[in-house]
Design a binder for this molecule. Structure first.
Ligand code: UPG
Ligand code: MN
Length: 740
């Protein structure tokens, strides 16, 4: 089969100015942002000056702690400012594409879907993702979908055998009825089930789902579910020796575009199941390893010039997405150093207040828009269209892989089921294939960080590639999100470990990054990389002023003092601007409130624990792998989540600092009230009392969970008891210590 990676070379298109493919402009708030940044920076300098003065007069633990907290806040503010100087918005005009390109000249597209565990990532969901992507409004013979199964599970493969059959009906159905929701589950969930064929197709879908789910429940495949010898042979490799951590490579072509047609006689995309060889003697490098295997396997089989990476839960929500992507890719004027086009990760099923701030609006929407005005957004692991060449060295310093069949401009001339092709594909999926190679260091996705996405994008930008952020009105992809606080924090903690791995690598974004990408990009990358250090000011500000209050030690200027205005300005300025940014990005005030609360919660838990775990790992004491976030939904939990109730439930040490801080703030708050009743004023302690109110309001769900909730999601008793004890001990100690 001649796959059209040639198109990439032939497509010498110049876009006429009258019918642009895309436009971009700076947001209106840019000038304001820049002016405000200058004023705010002056405020920061003044407060640091005040701290230094204080420290000279009274060099106490408190003044040192406050200086450290404010220096970290100032640093994080500087990094945030890098997103605010060039906030960019883009539009695309896919309707102009046809003036430049015929459909037959569209470049081929290799789609990678990663899954790792059939019990945390139900195969039915993976199948839904795959079907939604196969149904793209794009020439099907140009699409190849590769599913990487790191779980090495016959259950997942079985689901795909079924999906390949269902695709024959589903794809023409979507095309003929111009369906927009091409993820079957999402389509049947929504209400427009009025088309004549729908009941029939729905019944078929339900039957497939029932089969797949029963197979997953039983953990094995009933013989009756396999229709013929060919289907049985597919599972031959799962013999007695086969385990998840030790097995040969399995590559199974489930649909071959050239050979198989759908019900209506149209081409279908290629569908290929890949489970790379696993052998405990070799590191497998988690998702980055899986993606590198797919890069090679797909190079051997189809070698499309564009590669889309998807997490297994991120289904397509808009069939026109590849065409929108083409609006950038087809533009010669930006092509030379264009490495990737990132669409934001968006989620379905978020509760309206977004209690866990799972939307990560800043990470996925606001900040990438800010980087788009510089050299482009970070790669966030899913929803990203790469130019294949970006994995092989810089734009003008190519790094070619060992075999010419893997070169990014190689044209595959043989069908994907050809023996030689399949043999080579198995070879490059071998567990020792990468030994002594530069895969993971100079080529492909980067190893060495649990946040392989962040690390990979950073590396590519440092090599001179640019990227583009495109945020369409209708979300291009929708994924699952964690619905318990524990899952949400665990995910964040894994990211933190991965980010610190980048900070302490040779590719520190601040030093190495600024040198190769410029200072603003360096700062922008540092913002994420240094996330965990948020915990320093958060811990200090949620304990020190409150404890000092109990000790009658004023640490902020008096309300009547001019310096108080500075504090008020810095506090309000940061929060109001942050809130405005958030609301201008289609957020509500309540969502913003919850977002800042989660920031506070993460600072006391996942950022902190990520930091500790990273240090332990670094000292070689323990090493934790990539804990896949569960996408399975428990009904009760889901009900509580939908009602906006926090889910604690598990006795995790991560909840302890949260509960301790909640107790200390409660005591300080009550103490402040008593103080007013007794003496009629706050005696210079207003600022501190105000912070304890802030802490109190933010901790509300924690009090609820500790004190009066009775459901399963309440705070486990052991966490409540230990934290209350620690919190009260702190308070008693400072009450007993004489005024400092
Ligand atoms: O050994 C592994 C581990 C994970 N995965 C896949 O990686 C994806 C992301 O894993 P998930 O548990 O969903 O992590 P999240 O924290 O939700 O993912 C975010 O963070 C990851 C980095 O930590 C990025 O890779 C993801 O793209 C990004 O969405 C999933 O499709 C997994 O199947 C593998 O293929 N192999
Ligand atoms: Mn995920």
């Amino acid at each position: 089969m001649v796959i059209s990676s040639m198109c990439a070379i032939r497509m010498s298109t110049t876009v006429p100015p009258s019918s642009p493919l895309h436009t971009s402009h700076l947001l209106r708030r840019t000038t304001f942002n820049r002016l405000f940044a200058i004023i705010y920076a002056a405020g920061i300098l003044a407060v640091i000056y005040l701290h230094l003065l204080n420290l000279r007069h009274s060099p106490t633990f408190i003044s040192a702690a406050l200086l450290i907290a404010d220096v970290v806040l100032a640093f994080m503010w500087t990094t945030t400012t890098s997103f605010r100087l060039y906030p960019t918005h883009r539009e695309v005009f896919p309707e102009n594409l046809e003036k430049l390109l015929e459909k037959k000249d569209f470049p081929a597209l290799d789609i990678f879907i990663c899954t790792a565990d059939p019990y945390k990532e139900p195969p039915m969901n993976v199948v839904n993702t795959a079907l939604s992507l196969m149904a793209y409004d794009y020439p099907p013979e140009k699409i190849s979908v590769y599913v990487s199964d790191d779980g090495g599970s016959e259950l997942t493969l079985f689901a795909f055998v079924e999906a390949a059959k269902f695709a024959k009906i589903w794809l023409p159905f979507c095309r003929e009825n111009s369906i927009v929701d091409r993820c079957p589950e999402a389509f049947f969930r929504s209400n427009d089930v009025t088309l004549p064929d729908t009941p029939k197709i729905k019944a078929m879908y339900e039957k497939m789902k029932m089969k797949v789910e029963s197979v997953v429940d039983r953990g094995s495949i009933d013989a009756e579910y396999l229709e013929n010898e060919d289907e049985r042979r597919v599972f031959d490799k799962w013999d007695g020796e086969f385990t998840r951590h030790h097995h040969p490579a399995v590559i199974q072509v489930l649909i071959e575009s050239e050979q198989q047609k759908d019900m209506k006689g149209h081409h279908m995309p290629n569908l290929i199941y890949v489970s790379r060889e696993k052998d405990s003697a070799y590191p497998h490098n988690f998702k980055a390893g899986a993606l590198n295997t797919l890069l090679r396997v797909s190079a051997v089989m189809t070698n499309a010039p564009i590669v889309l990476t998807q997490d297994c839960d991120m289904y397509s929500n808009d069939p026109k997405t590849p065409q929108r992507m083409l609006c950038f890719y087809a533009d010669q004027s930006i092509r030379r150093d264009l490495g990737y086009i990132q669409f934001p990760q968006r989620f379905h099923g978020i509760n309206s207040a977004d209690i866990y701030a799972s939307e990560y609006k800043r990470l996925y929407v606001i900040n990438p828009g800010g980087m788009d005005g510089l050299k482009g957004p970070c790669y966030v692991g899913s929803g990203c269209f790469f130019v294949r060449r970006v994995f092989f060295g810089g734009p003008s310093s190519p790094e070619l892989p060992e075999a010419c069949q893997l070169w990014p401009d190689n044209v595959v001339k043989r069908p994907i089921t050809n023996h030689q092709v399949l043999n080579l594909a198995h070879e490059v999926a071998g567990s020792n294939y990468e030994n002594n190679s530069t895969w993971g260091s100079k080529m492909g996705f980067r190893y060495g960080s649990l946040s392989e996405d962040f690390f990979t994008g950073l590396h590519q930008h440092c090599k001179g590639w640019k990227s583009i952020f495109f945020h369409p009105r209708r979300p291009a992809f929708l994924g699952d999100l964690p619905i318990t606080l524990f899952d949400a924090l665990n995910q964040n903690r894994r990211w933190c470990i991965g980010l610190l791995e980048v900070v302490f690598s040779n590719y520190n974004p601040l030093t190495f990054g600024s040198k190769f990408m410029g200072p603003l990009m360096g700062l922008a990358y540092s913002h994420n990389a240094f996330w965990p250090i948020w915990s320093i000011p958060i811990i200090i500000y949620s304990l020190v002023p409150q404890l000092a209050l109990l000790n009658h030690t004023p640490i902020f200027p008096q309300v009547t003092d001019n310096w108080f205005i500075l504090y008020a300005f810095l506090f309000l300025g940061a929060n109001v601007q942050d809130c405005l940014d958030f609301m201008l990005a289609q957020g509500t005030f309540q969502q913003w409130w919850n977002d800042q609360r989660m920031w506070f919660i993460r600072g006391l838990s996942s950022y902190l624990f990520g930091f500790v775990e990273f240090s332990i790992k670094h000292l070689g004491i323990a090493s934790k792998g990539f804990h896949v976030t569960s996408k399975v939904v428990d009904n009760e939990q889901s009900k509580r989540y939908n009602n906006g109730i926090f889910e604690f439930g598990v006795p995790s040490p991560m909840f302890m600092p949260l509960a301790t801080v909640a107790i200390v703030n409660l005591v300080a708050f009550v103490f402040g009230i008593l103080q007013i009743l007794k003496e009629g004023d706050m005696g210079g302690l207003f600022g501190q009392w105000f912070l304890s109110c802030f802490g109190l309001v933010n901790s509300w769900p924690i009090y609820e969970a500790m004190l009066w909730r009775t459901d399963k999601g309440k705070m486990p008793r052991v966490v409540s008891v230990i934290s209350t004890f620690i919190g009260l001990t702190f308070c008693t100690l400072v009450l007993l210590v004489p005024n400092a």
